[in-house]
Ligand binder design. Structure first.
Ligand code: SF4
Length: 373
């Protein structure tokens, strides 16, 4: 029985979308919500771009997008695709020919912007290339680059204009018998984005790529994305997402996962439950959590760890976690395993010890999963 049946207030009913594939990653339907990011190195610098793709993949990215602004980037893309552990999406603006080249170079998906890709004839050529090379397409509508006729019709960027732009392009793709597409309607304004996505979700069964564009720096962008994407995900909308931050792509991936983990939509790695600490703390909670976050980055098994400063909340939180530590007196605290008090440990040795306990538990959970398969 899943935890959602025991606790129905945790249940999110996902919108039923059609499933497509981006390379070997299913998107939509009952597939896990895929986390994406985008490289910010020059695409022509293959080594730097591949290193960034690998770091993002290591942090959990399922799909990575790479910008293809010129012909040299299309050539570099071929090598990047070959070296990448995850499917690569080619980001295409202005030049439809880059879309064709990217499909030839092995991109798993082409992101095209209806506002700047050109007329239907050009889109048709990109569609043909996508078909020939087994590529999917993302229709990436952006409030900041809407078609001129829509801006004239609506007066300014608004949810209705964004959805109309997206649906117009869906029609073009479908008229050319192309159905391997997903769609996004991003805006930097949380309200506009959320309203556009809600309208879009009603209007199509295509898989939806979520994002708040140009969300800002690490802290402000994370908050904006958590509010905007969080609300939509909670409503069941969204099959893949990117958190856009003016920060390292690895941070985008981490934030994306944290949003999904907070809503119980995906689980990866150690979910650390820790208290904010106060004068009652039996050890330095903040420094300890910082150290553990770093030391446990390599653990991919979904599991929980509670690090609580004192007995006010420690035993209660430990009840619901795989491994727990609660501060006590005289420089030591209590280690909890599977919710039960297990043994005492000195504060000085606690970080090393908790890392060992978490690794042991992860190995046990992995073995159980393997045996069940
Ligand atoms: S659990 Fe204890 S140390 Fe942590 S914030 Fe609460 S009272 Fe303070």
């Amino acid at each position: 029985m899943s935890i959602n049946h025991i606790r129905p207030w945790r249940h999110i009913e996902r919108r039923k979308s059609r499933q497509i594939h981006v390379g070997n990653v299913p998107v939509g339907g009952d597939a896990p919500i895929a986390v994406q990011t985008m490289t910010n190195t020059p695409t022509t610098d293959v080594a730097a771009t591949v290193a960034q793709v690998q770091a993002a993949a290591e942090a959990g990215a399922d799909i990575v997008r790479v910008s293809v602004p010129d012909e040299a980037s299309s050539r570099a893309l071929k090598e990047i695709v070959r070296e990448s552990p995850v499917p690569i999406v080619a980001d295409i603006h202005f030049h439809y020919k880059r879309g064709i080249e990217a499909a030839e170079a092995g991109a798993a998906c082409l992101r095209i912007n209806p506002g700047n890709i050109g007329d239907e004839k050009r889109v048709a050529e990109v569609i043909r290339a996508a078909k020939d090379h087994n590529c999917s397409i993302r229709i990436g509508v952006n409030a900041g680059s809407l078609e001129k006729h829509l801006l004239e019709k609506y007066g300014e960027p608004c949810p209705e204009a964004m959805v109309e732009s997206g649906l117009d392009h869906i029609r073009i793709l479908q008229d050319h018998d192309f159905n391997e597409f997903k769609i996004s309607v991003k805006a930097s304004d949380v309200f506009m984005s959320a309203a556009a996505y809600q309208q879009l979700a009603e209007a199509t069964d295509a898989p939806i790529h979520l994002g708040i564009t140009e969300a800002g720096g690490f802290v402000s962008g994370t908050i904006k994305s958590a509010i905007g994407l969080g609300q939509l995900l909670w409503m069941g909308i969204g099959d893949t997402l990117r958190v856009s931050l003016s920060a390292d792509p690895v941070e985008e991936v981490k934030v994306g996962f944290e949003i999904l983990k907070s809503l119980g939509l995906r689980h990866r790695g150690v979910n650390i439950i820790s208290c904010p600490s106060c004068a009652r703390q039996g050890f330095d909670v903040i420094k300890t959590v910082e150290a553990l976050e770093k030391r446990l980055e390599h653990v991919k098994t979904p599991m929980s760890l509670s690090i609580i400063g004192c007995v006010v909340n420690g035993p209660g939180e430990a009840l619901m976690t795989d491994v727990g530590f609660t501060g006590g007196g005289a420089g030591s605290g209590m280690v909890y395993l599977a919710g039960k008090a297990s043994h005492k440990m000195s504060n000085a040795q606690m970080v090393d010890h908790i890392v060992e306990e978490v690794e042991k538990k992860a190995a046990q959970l992995d073995a159980e999963t393997a045996a069940a398969e």
